[in-house]
Ligand binder design. Structure first.
Ligand code: NAG
Ligand code: NAG
Ligand code: NAG
Ligand code: NAG
Ligand code: NAG
Ligand code: NAG
Length: 304
């Protein structure tokens, strides 16, 4: 999951927004408010104050829609930098220097109203905002074919989510509709036309937490059927241009290799006769005169 690093970016952005808006007050008019936020279970949530008065002496954060003393979570004195805990303090909250409330390891029941009181010398303002803590949705992905013929078959992948802005990744790269791929209008289906071997890794993702974090599904590996081509016999001891001098009684092993998938059947022919044997490797533990001659390997892929 790309959770960690974008989250740091998210943080910086919010602090920046708060800073810019605080400057907006220099023209003095806008009402103080709290940027409504979405948090994720287990992660940090940050409630940012916008349009705070100048020279705030103390920020006090409360649970609920008012600033009653019994609902105090924590207050922060901007001069002494000290924090005072209230009855609703759970051990996970702190106020950062911009006045924002930081909640560690958010829980579903942190969802609700939060009220901040910002006390400046001649002016005390209050604002209430709503924090919504969500659980990560598990993204499931499915495909309509488990094996596709390279360059022939088309396939469709579906991302099972209620999100309407699904992103698609093919071989880890974000894709959009193009000649070879199509994304349905609801973004939940990806169609790959004439799949290629490099299309075999699929993933979908959705943006969460105000679009700052992308949650991704598991990777789906498609099995591509292609080849066989470049059929070769490797041997131990190794051969030289297909000629292998060997001593009677010595051991030798041959392995049939090729470019293609899936792996299907092997046939071995020795001096024109089909051997009864259909493995990838042949081991001859002790060479006899009969075993001399020409070996040939045939690879059969019954899908292609
Ligand atoms: C949250 O506060 C708003 C007013 O700011 C109020 O209308 C709403 O009912 C409150 N919700 C809850 C669950 O307390
Ligand atoms: C909130 O949920 C946690 C478990 O996630 C629980 O331990 C805690 O008591 C709950 N707090 C309240 C106020 O319901
Ligand atoms: C606070 O108000 C008093 C009188 O209204 C004024 O003299 C003083 O300059 C104000 N202080 C600030 C920081 O605005
Ligand atoms: C999968 O979907 C694609 C695109 O709709 C279609 O061309 C293909 O025939 C489907 N494959 C199977 C096995 O249904
Ligand atoms: C989509 O929303 C419906 C109704 O809210 C819910 O029953 C369903 O489980 C959701 N599906 C997913 C994949 O989250
Ligand atoms: C087949 O041959 C390869 C290369 O010599 C060897 O690494 C592998 O273990 C052999 N496999 C079997 C099943 O004999």
């Amino acid at each position: 999951m790309d959770l960690f690093s974008p989250r740091c970016g998210f943080w910086r952005e919010l602090v920046l927004v708060a800073g810019l808006l605080a400057c907006g007050i220099c023209q003095g008019s806008a009402q103080m408010d709290i940027a409504s936020l979405t948090g994720v279970v287990g992660q940090q949530s940050l409630l940012v104050i916008r349009n705070a008065p100048e020279d705030v002496q103390e920020y006090s954060w409360h649970r609920g829609a008012n600033d009653a003393e019994e609902n105090l979570i924590i207050s922060y004195n901007t001069t002494s930098h000290s924090q005072q805990k209230g009855p609703k303090y759970s051990g996970r909250e702190s106020v950062i220097s911009t006045g924002a409330l930081l909640i560690e390891e958010s829980r579903l029941n942190d969802t609700g109203n939060y009220t901040v009181q910002a006390a400046a010398i001649n002016d005390t303002q209050r604002a209430t905002g709503w924090l919504e803590v969500q659980e990560f949705e598990t993204l499931d992905i499915s495909v309509n074919a488990s094996i596709v013929l390279e360059d022939v078959d088309s396939m469709a992948a579906i991302c099972h989510t209620n999100n309407t802005e699904v992103q698609w990744y093919v071989a880890h790269t974000l894709v959009s509709s193009s000649e070879s791929t199509a994304i349905s209008p609801d973004t939940k289906t990806l169609i790959i036309k004439r799949a290629k071997n490099y299309d075999s890794l699929l993933q979908c993702g959705v943006k969460i937490v105000l679009g700052t974090v992308i949650q991704r599904s598991e990777l789906i590996y498609l099995t591509m059927a292609y080849g066989p081509s470049y059929v070769m016999i490797l041997s131990e001891p190794s051969n030289n241009n297909g000629i292998l001098p060997a001593e009677i009684g010595s051991q030798m092993e041959m392995v049939c290799v090729f470019n293609g998938a899936p792996e299907s059947k092997y046939h071995w022919i020795h001096n024109g006769s089909l051997l009864s044997f259909s493995e990838k490797n042949i081991t001859l533990p002790s060479l006899t005169w009969d075993q001399m001659g020409r070996y040939r390997c045939i690879v059969e892929n019954n899908l292609t």
